[in-house]
Design a protein around this ligand. Structure first.
Ligand code: SAH
Ligand code: SF4
Length: 350
């Protein structure tokens, strides 16, 4: 039987485990605090009896990530990590500094199976889901490596969080727990390519996170070419799910729109967006698209992005342009892992 992933356990599950181990309930809280305070080993848990520490070592493991590569932006201090997981897989995280504190962008899967045409993460499909503990470990490593506290988290790295629903929701519960990292749900954004079934399930959880929708095109033919998920759930189905989500949670929704030259940056697209988003309390984030080595699209000109932004605002759609951080370090997710993969493949060919 495999070892127990103890850092993914809720306090209730840990309490039950302590029962199985013949331990008093209060041990669960002690262990939870150690794990989420950043303990890397059971030996550090000095307020536990040695016999319990030994039992934990036999039965459980503490998930962690190792830094394989680290790039620091000379422009703005953004740090991009390529982390190695226990099974030799690689994921990416980015640490960004804003006036209001530090934000970490975490991955939720190794690779991604959604296959969006402009994205580096999905180029070679999904390898596996990340556990909640592996999501937490990305934040903790960024904190330890920089001696800082993270105040905001965005689930916008590699992977589709709603294609890994249970682990993502488990992560949200754990990271916001008072006895854990205590990062408020209001400080967390979850980004989805439009997995409607997941948006509906998430609404039932009624968590005060920010839901971010990667829209990128207002029309079905255009969006289906860019994002295969649109063939399963089209724009109308996605917008209906957003409206439902908003009526349940009362939360403003964020729409991401990566601007690609001569693809989705026309006036017709802007008008399409205005029509589509009417009646939704929302915010549009325009992202000058990051060219990816494997693709050949170009980002829209700055002037066009500015005009598009002004036009949407003039029509009553609250829109801003996302500040580009880490422009000198390829901060768009998936690229470091692909570089690493290409290098390893070349090594293997020799
Ligand atoms: N799978 C989720 C979350 C991870 S992707 C999703 O798709 O929403 C995070 C964001 O980066 C998404 O908005 C995605 O559309 C965007 N993105 C991916 N590749 C990009 C690129 N080359 N340029 C700009 N944005 C990109
Ligand atoms: Fe996956 Fe998001 Fe990239 Fe699409 S944009 S391939 S859903 S990570």
């Amino acid at each position: 039987m495999g070892l127990i992933d103890i850092k993914s356990m809720t306090t209730e599950e840990l309490t039950a485990l302590m029962g199985e181990f013949g331990q008093p309930k209060f041990r669960a809280k002690q262990i939870f605090s150690w794990l989420h305070g950043g303990a890397d080993s059971f030996d550090e848990m000095t307020n536990l009896p040695i016999s319990l520490r030994e039992k934990l070592k036999e039965e459980c493991y503490i998930a962690c990530v190792e830094i394989e590569r680290k790039l620091v932006s000379a422009l703005d201090g953004t740090v991009k990590y390529l982390y190695r997981l226990h099974d030799g897989e690689y994921i990416e995280s980015v640490l960004m500094s804003y006036n209001h504190g530090y934000t970490v962008c975490i991955s939720t899967q190794v690779g991604c199976r959604m296959g969006c045409s402009f994205c580096a993460s999905g180029l070679s499909g999904k390898v596996r889901d990340l556990t909640a503990s592996e999501m937490l470990a990305q934040i903790k490593m960024a904190e330890k490596d920089n001696g800082i506290r993270v105040s905001n988290v965005v689930m916008m790295g590699m992977g589709e969080p709603l294609d890994n629903f249970e682990n993502s929701v488990r992560f949200l519960r754990l990271v916001s727990h008072d006895d854990g990292m205590n990062i408020g749900l209001r400080h967390i954004s979850l980004s989805t390519s439009g997995v409607v079934s997941g948006i509906e399930r998430l609404a039932e959880e009624n968590m005060p996170i920010t839901l971010s929708i990667s829209l990128h095109a207002p029309f079905d033919d255009m969006r289906s070419k860019m994002m295969p998920v649109n063939k399963k759930w089209n724009v109308a189905a996605l917008i209906a799910a957003c409206k439902k989500y908003q009526s349940v949670t009362g939360r403003r929704i964020s729409f991401e729109y990566a601007m690609i030259k001569d693809v989705n940056d026309s006036r017709e697209c802007a008008d399409g967006l205005v029509k589509l988003l009417r009646g939704i309390m929302c915010h549009v984030n325009l992202i000058p698209a990051n060219p990816v080595v494997e693709n050949n699209f170009k980002r829209s000109d700055d002037k066009n992005v500015n005009n598009f932004c002004e036009y949407l605002n003039s029509k009553g759609v609250n829109t801003t342009i996302r500040r580009t951080l880490g422009a000198d370090i390829d901060a768009s997710c998936g690229q470091l892992r692909n570089q690493k993969k290409r290098r390893d493949d070349n090594e293997n060919c020799k």
